[in-house]
Write a protein of this length. Sequence first.
Length: 367
Amino acid sequence: MCNPFIAFFVVCFINLISLLNLSAQDQQYSKSLHIDDKPPNVIFMIGDGMGLTHITAGMYSQKNTTALEKMEFIGLQKTHSHNQLITDSAASGTAMACGQKTYNGVIGIGPQNEQLESILEYCIKKDYNTALIATSSIVHATPASFYANVTSRREYENIALQLRYHDVNYFIGGGQKHFNRRDDKRNLLTEMEDDGYILVNNLSDYVDANNEKLGYFTYSDEPPRINEGRKPQLEELVSATLEKLENTKKPFFVMIEGSQIDWGGHANDVPYIISEFKDFDKAIESSLEFAKDNGNTLVLVTADHETGGFAIEKGNLKRGSVSGDFTTIGHSGSMVPVFSYGKNADLFKGIYENTAIFDKLKTAVGE
């Protein structure tokens, strides 16, 4: 018969071990919960006009490879605007940035004439730092969709005025003339500097500047093509900005546009498309490397629409040569791919309207 003192000791020992295990589990759970609750960074990359054929042509031209092959999930988005099957960049930019379909040519305003809040502005409310980078002017339709509310995308001076009063931490793009050579004679550059911005005109000064509000005007008007000498490369701008954002120790949202893939499509110019895609692809690679090292970053890559109705007709894989034809000098109604990697990337699987990008991003940052 078992000694009652020994039995009592065994029971106490088992209970003690159970309590210790429970305590260890509680500590481990709390630690993982803290990590899961940390707001993720968002790198939102838009290849303007970049349909699947544009991606394919760029991939074949660079030894049959692209950074997009490293993405974890792929979806498709429908690009039509509020009342037209074929969208423009203003309506599609607004849909992705603000979550509502609107009329072609309209930025940040819904079909009932209501001003819309963008995902960038939503992130600012959640104490995110923010940045905008474009290979067009910074007042062009896509970047403007994240900070402006205008009835016409051509209101460049009004769009510039809205950026002047906005809380974007870092911005890079062309279009300086809309800030300092205006019909109203105001010099928004001086006004912005008086309000705490540092404004620069070269990459070296941008890298060296240490300020929570920083603007880099790459060109006075629209920047040239990359194969006509546009500098810096997009990857350099992205890397410098991500380093600054990471150093702030706050979560961040950055929108990066490869703007001129679209312009190559409008021109029905295959070499133009390919060179701009390659520039964009290098920036994607840099963003993915950052996300992999950081561990708490979502990288999202998509397009606002397809441009040109582009089809590949022939080429040579070994030589990296591609040629094709176009059905239009405008946009087409094709769905465009959505690639995602990192924190909450699985949200972007499936087929959905372009407005769902906004909703999914709000969920991703913890609505």
